[in-house]
Write a protein that binds this ligand. Sequence first.
Ligand SMILES: [Fe+2]
Length: 205
Amino acid sequence: MHLYEQWIQEAKEDYQGKINLLLGYEVDYLPGYMDERVLKRPCDYLIGSIHFIDEWGFDNPEYIHRYEGMDMDTLYARYFHLIEDMAMSGKFDIVGHLDLLKVFKFFPKTDIRILAKNALKAIKKANMVIEINVSGLRKPIGEVYPSPLLLESIALLDIPITFSSDAHRPDQVGMFSDESEALARSFGYSECATYYKRDREMIKF
Ligand SMILES: [Fe+2]
């Protein structure tokens, strides 16, 4: 058992009856660089995320200068093509921060619903869940991932959702949970997905 898995196991035992702790991995979808070992680990769920476009860590403030002179329509198309590919790989349960590319407020000219259309279709076909991820509220964009426009398309396609703090510190766990729940409700959602050993279960909220 890996050290991380051992820590989770120990915490599970410590908090038994108080917190239902799950084990998950957020995995970067990097075509050509995938280490399949993590995909085979025994866990409750796998999140598939895109943080790199052609080896550029676009959500890293250190490399923000690379947005200069970029054609944002082309970049968004490329990004959502990677999401589509990730969904079609069939390796993951949940799509991480669907529209992360907006993090530094660089937007496309074309309607985001058109740019994301094929990716959303692939997510639906792959029977994946999309997270309502509040980490965007802690970033320059100041908005939840996915944006309201995308949530509208997601709800129309009847794609299930789940909630994510994407916490990087203990005090961020559960932050903005009232806001994300209200947002989900405003798009007609009343249940969210959870996973136990890669099996999905829907819970009313
Ligand atoms: Fe991420």
